[in-house]
Ligand binder design. Structure first.
Ligand SMILES: [Ca+2]
Length: 541
């Protein structure tokens, strides 16, 4: 299946003019901006390659290594089996653009300037720039979603905005290029090509970012057919009635039963509908759906429709993941065959988690476990113990410091996270964090989700919806599904007071001065595809 669908890849490692100029500009700027200390002893040793594979919206509970009840993922599991599975890694602002900005800067949203879906200022320091300046060959392939051209990369080819699943266009320095095929296969093809064409005298750092399994959940034909016949178990909290919780859960519009559109459910519009009328039809959230069963028409409504919506959602979502699993397997096989595996750290993660009907929801955003928890699997041959599990809490702001540490570089003082490398080696530093801070701003956003911040400890979670002045507190040991809000329980007053003190201690320590509390920067990472194409062309002049 995997012939390369490349038509006009106009930036290759052979350094055609546009790419070469970009690299020289970037390297010069980096040299001026960055203060990178390379450990002298490591210059002589072969520094490990870093293959960072990230999907979009892949919940850890849709990976069998994490005990999934809904699918089997042999290739993600292989990384866990041959390396370490982190069970508590979290996104500090659970939506796409902010998580990606945090990952490449090692900073929270209020300091990297990306609290919502606004354009990332690529002139600031990033881990890619640091690694590039330290002699790594750096690449960025796939979904970027930061609205500005990638900086710090010797090679980049990224989807415009969200990109599309079938026959995608990609942006490259100074232009764009079109592909035929399925986006997940193409991104893996490009990753393999990047590694094959790398300068052999340098270690590589590759960010391979899949679009899947982001909404609109469009699988390839093979897995679409396979999953169409599967019945997926429902999660225990699918019919959560939100008793005792703040208003936010009741007000949100990311509910499987109420907010799935005809487009989400892959319903076919009447043939005579065109243009805006067709889009209007697809955007309806249906309360009745007619399906065909054994050649007979059947009208679904009420609980029968609810069950059907959940199945349609999960079937497509999981089918998209299966293609990612296949392609992760291809990359692992490629590393094995080329002998690169032994000196390459492979990391698999997602930009945040996702609700798979948990609490009746799809999407992410909320500070509940399914949304904030990122899968994080690491294979580091000879360093990370095979089949090990790490339970210490990591955050996505730790990723950039981790890459620095793996490369033998000093972690810059302005990064707010901390290297996970000791944890990968099975060593939990005595002073490792026992709490971390979360903040979500996008209110009302795409799903009418209330802004909130909070603190999670090893055992508890406190959430504050600051515009509503409402609180939730959960005991994660006794109530892992987060169904019982204990904030107003008099017996919990002492715990609440301690959590509040910790929340505000962290907020201060992280220099969060509420700068985006009332007003967020304008959007800029999505928008019409034509505008993104236009931006790329304009940059070329
Ligand atoms: Ca995402």
């Amino acid at each position: 299946m995997k012939t390369l669908r490349l038509r006009t890849l106009n930036c290759s490692h052979a350094a055609p003019p546009a790419c070469g100029r970009a690299r020289r500009r970037s390297a010069a700027a980096t040299a001026l901006l960055l203060n990178v200390t390379v450990a002298a002893s490591l210059l002589a040793a072969p520094r490990p390659n870093i293959l960072y594979i990230m999907t979009d919206d892949h919940a850890a509970h849709a990976i069998s290594a994490y005990g999934s009840r809904v699918n089997q993922t042999p290739n993600f599991d292989r990384i866990a089996k041959e390396g370490v599975r982190f069970d508590h890694v979290y996104a500090v602002n659970s939506i796409c653009t902010p998580s990606r900005a945090t990952i490449i800067t090692g900073k929270y949203s209020h300091l990297n300037g990306c609290p919502t879906f606004n354009r990332f200022d690529g002139s600031q320091p990033t881990v890619a720039k640091h690694l590039q300046a330290a002699g790594y060959h750096t690449g960025m392939i796939g979904k970027w979603h930061l609205g500005s051209d990638p900086t710090g990369f010797d090679y980049w080819i990224v989807l415009p905005g969200q990109g599309v699943y079938h026959d995608p266009a990609f942006l490259v320095p100074g232009g764009r290029t079109n592909f035929t095929g399925y986006v997940t296969d193409i991104i893996a093809d490009l990753a393999i090509e990047f590694i094959q064409k790398r300068p052999k005298d340098k270690p590589f750092f590759l960010m391979c970012h899949h679009k899947a399994p982001h909404r609109s959940w469009e699988p390839n034909d093979k897995y679409k057919a396979i999953f169409a016949n599967k019945q997926i178990p429902e999660p225990p909290t699918l019919r959560d009635d939100y008793t005792g919780r703040a208003d936010a859960l009741r007000e949100n519009q990311q509910r499987v039963f109420d907010d799935m559109t005809r487009r989400d459910l892959k319903l076919e519009p009447p043939a005579d509908l065109q243009g805006p009328e067709r889009q209007k039809w697809l955007n309806v959230k249906p309360t009745e759906v007619e399906i065909v069963v054994n050649g007979q028409k059947k009208l679904l409504k009420g609980e029968e429709l609810n069950k059907w919506k959940y199945q349609r959602y999960l079937q497509d979502y999981l089918a998209c993941i299966q293609s990612v699993d296949d392609n992760v397997g291809r990359l692992l096989d490629f590393l094995d065959k080329t002998g690169l595996a032994k000196n390459t750290v492979v990391i698999y993660t997602s930009d945040q988690g996702f609700f798979l009907g948990d609490h009746g929801l799809y999407d992410k955003r909320f500070m509940y476990e399914e949304s904030i928890k990122m899968p994080f699997l690491v294979r580091w041959p000879g360093v990370a113990k095979s089949g090990s599990v790490q339970t210490a809490m990591g955050i996505n702001a730790d990723f950039a410091p981790t890459f620095m540490d793996i490369a033998g570089l000093k972690v810059p003082a302005d990064m707010q996270g901390r290297s996970l490398a000791p944890l990968m080696k099975g060593k939990r530093p005595a002073d490792w964090r026992t709490s971390w801070y979360y903040r979500y701003y996008h209110d009302p956003g795409h799903h009418n989700t209330r802004a909130h911040y909070g603190v999670r400890t090893d055992t508890h979670k406190l959430i504050y919806f600051w515009r509503k002045d409402q609180w939730e507190m959960y005991d994660l040991v006794k109530d892992p599904d987060e169904l019982h809000n204990l904030y107003n329980d008099p017996a919990q007053a002492g715990t609440v007071a301690k959590l509040k003190a910790e929340l505000y201690r962290l907020k201060k320590e992280l220099k969060d001065d509420d700068r985006y509390a009332d007003e967020q920067p304008p959007g800029g990472v999505d928008g019409p595809f034509s505008a993104l194409q236009g931006k790329a062309k304009k940059k070329a002049k």
